[in-house]
Design a protein around this ligand. Structure first.
Ligand SMILES: [Zn+2]
Length: 268
């Protein structure tokens, strides 16, 4: 599932579309839309894309002060810009911006596109429940938020409630680098540990953005190329291999229904 670095990479790659107007919209499979396709097509037609923005794992396409298209890539969603790829049976929506075409492609169809009036009310249902952005929250606030929670750190991070944007890959990778066990209770972690985690989290996310994200499963950049942060993974997908720090075998367990890789020796 695309996480913050992948979504950020997509936003950057789509940014040349800003300033262009929608010249045509085609919906091949309506299931990925949250509103009826005739409304989706009618309201987007002729509108100028003014800016793109990431919020957690969502991408917001702002069309002036009137409309916002919300995109979430779910498990296997892809945002593709021509001429990277031609539509195939998994391409559900095509939006032309003059000479550039945007495709939404999604094999498992857990992702979606929605079109909302651009007002705080209209977008509230998406963003009410999500926490601060890792790059916007201040360290002191981050520490006190986590100090107040009795939840286990990994499910807490995955829930998006306190900070948004990290999923299974980056939670496993950041907890390993910070030496924190995925099952540690947040409030039991010392302020020093949380402070270290905060720095590691930002560092890993920055590095992953620089490398265009992790191309695991279906994620590719909008031009069809792969990111390369998967080459830097130390525990994710490494079960049974030696820990890069201490040589102990990386363990994989299920936690809250999600595969969780960690070093039982380095992570306390
Ligand atoms: Zn280790």
């Amino acid at each position: 599932m695309p996480e913050l670095p992948e979504v950020e990479t997509i936003v950057k790659a789509l940014s040349p579309l800003a300033g262009k107007a929608v010249s045509s919209v085609r919906v091949f499979h309506e299931e990925v839309l949250k509103i009826p396709s005739h409304l989706f097509c009618r309201e987007l037609a002729g509108k100028k894309l003014t800016s793109l923005e990431r919020k957690g794992k969502y991408i917001l396409f702002r069309f002036g002060t009137e409309w916002t298209m919300v995109m979430h890539l779910g498990m296997t969603g892809q945002a593709i810009v021509e001429p990277a790829e031609r539509p195939d049976k998994h391409t559900h929506v095509r939006i032309d911006f003059g000479d550039s075409s945007f495709y939404y492609r999604d094999i498992r169809k857990f992702g979606f596109l929605d079109l909302r009036r651009f007002d705080p009310e209209g977008l509230r249902e998406y963003f009410n429940h999500i926490g601060c952005d890792p790059f916007q929250v201040r360290k002191e606030n981050f520490i006190s938020l986590f100090k107040k929670s009795r939840a286990r750190i990994k499910p807490l991070l995955l829930s998006q409630k306190l900070v948004s944007g990290l999923g299974n890959i980056y939670v496993d990778e950041t907890l390993f680098r910070a030496g924190i066990s995925p099952s540690a209770r947040a409030f039991r972690l010392s302020r020093n540990s949380l402070s270290r985690y905060f720095d590691v989290m930002r560092g890993v996310l920055r590095e992953a953005i620089k490398k265009g994200g992790s191309s695991i499963d279906d994620y590719v950049r909008p031009d069809g190329s792969c990111g390369s942060f998967q080459e830097c993974h130390q525990v994710y997908g490494k079960a049974g291999q030696p820990c890069p720090r201490c040589g102990t075998s990386i363990k994989k367990i299920k936690m809250g229904g999600r595969g969780t890789s960690f070093c039982p020796r380095c992570q306390k």
